[in-house]
Design a protein around this ligand. Structure first.
Ligand SMILES: [Zn+2]
Length: 325
């Protein structure tokens, strides 16, 4: 175990989470503050720095033992340039050289990573993938985020937009995705689109117990679909089945590209438990080739909402090890 600590910061549209971790991934402090995105760029940057400083002071460690800061930022961003480029949920943060600003203001070396990559690194480093070298993570939230670790290295790609696993097309010509493509895994397997899918079918005339909620003016949510599907509602079952099916299609694709030992599922939808896991495992086993038994183990993430800042701190530890800040 290396001595010292690294700070991890998870920059979100609503909150900034931060924590101080040792080299084994043990959390020494953690906190969350408001991003205050409506107050503009300077305030958001000040809050990121304040979150990092609080993580250090709350842990009560000697400042000279703090060896690095990692910041997970929504994309598009550039790890290489240390820049936040144009995150959709943080419109005031266009072209912000955050790595340099953090380094100047705190005096601590800083690395910037895509937030989905950072979360995947968190599970790899200190969570559900702790014991493997090759991992793929899908975060099933409002959208579908992803991260890919190959031979213990984070995959970014030439344009640094690799591992956008939510936008892998699994059904050409299928449902329109938020990105403008048709048939992305996100258009079926994200919490948001799962609910929209059900709404659309009901509007087209399919009968469902969910119609009563819509008639009452309620916006359907993923948990409504899960609840109705568990109760036997045919339409909810159909939509849920598609979500599981297309995610399994995506996983089989990854199986043949990076050959992961483990596929980790995270995000709000995993609250559905075995109701989610069992059909994905079944489809992934049924559809995949039978030439070789090289299918990944599919399981749930273990870090929950901490994955972002834990992984960001892990990225700082990795930057220190490799010199790639
Ligand atoms: Zn898409």
């Amino acid at each position: 175990m290396a001595s010292g600590y690294c700070v991890g910061v998870d920059l979100g549209g609503t909150n900034i989470a931060a924590g101080l971790l040792d080299s084994e991934g043990n959390i020494k402090s953690s906190l969350s503050i408001s991003t205050e995105v409506d107050k503009g760029r300077d305030q958001v940057v000040a809050n990121i720095i304040a979150a990092a400083e609080k993580a250090i002071s709350q842990a009560g460690v000697d400042r000279k033992d703090v060896l690095g800061i990692g910041v997970g930022s929504p994309g598009p961003m550039s790890h290489r340039q240390g820049m936040v480029i144009n995150p959709g949920n943080l419109p005031c943060m266009k072209n912000v050289p955050l790595r340099q600003i953090m380094k100047d203001k705190t005096g601590i070396p800083t690395t910037i990573e895509n937030d989905a990559n950072a979360a995947a690194w968190g599970e790899f480093w200190a969570g559900a993938g702790k014991d493997v070298n090759d991992l793929v993570m899908y975060t099933l939230g409002t959208g579908v985020g992803g991260g890919v670790i190959v031979e213990s290295r984070l995959l970014r790609g030439y344009f640094e937009n690799g591992a956008e696993l939510g936008h892998v097309i699994v059904n050409p010509g299928g449902r329109l995705c938020s990105c403008g493509q048709n048939g992305c895994v996100e258009a079926y397997s994200s919490a948001y689109f799962l609910a929209r899918h059900a709404e659309e079918l009901i509007k087209q005339g399919d009968s469902s117990s969910l119609k009563a909620r819509m008639d009452a003016g309620e916006l359907l949510r993923a948990e409504h679909i899960v609840e109705a599907a568990k109760a036997g509602d045919a339409l909810a079952r159909k939509v849920w089945d598609k979500a599981c099916y297309y995610l399994a299609v995506a996983i089989i694709g990854m199986r043949h590209v990076t050959n992961p030992q483990r596929v980790v599922l995270a995000g709000g939808l995993i609250a559905a438990g075995d109701f989610l896991l069992a059909p994905i495992r079944r489809y992934a086993a049924e559809m995949a080739w039978k030439l070789l038994d090289d299918g990944p183990e599919i399981c749930f993430a273990t870090l929950g909402n901490n994955a972002g800042f834990v992984g960001a701190a892990g990225c700082a530890w990795e930057a220190r090890r490799t010199g790639d800040w």
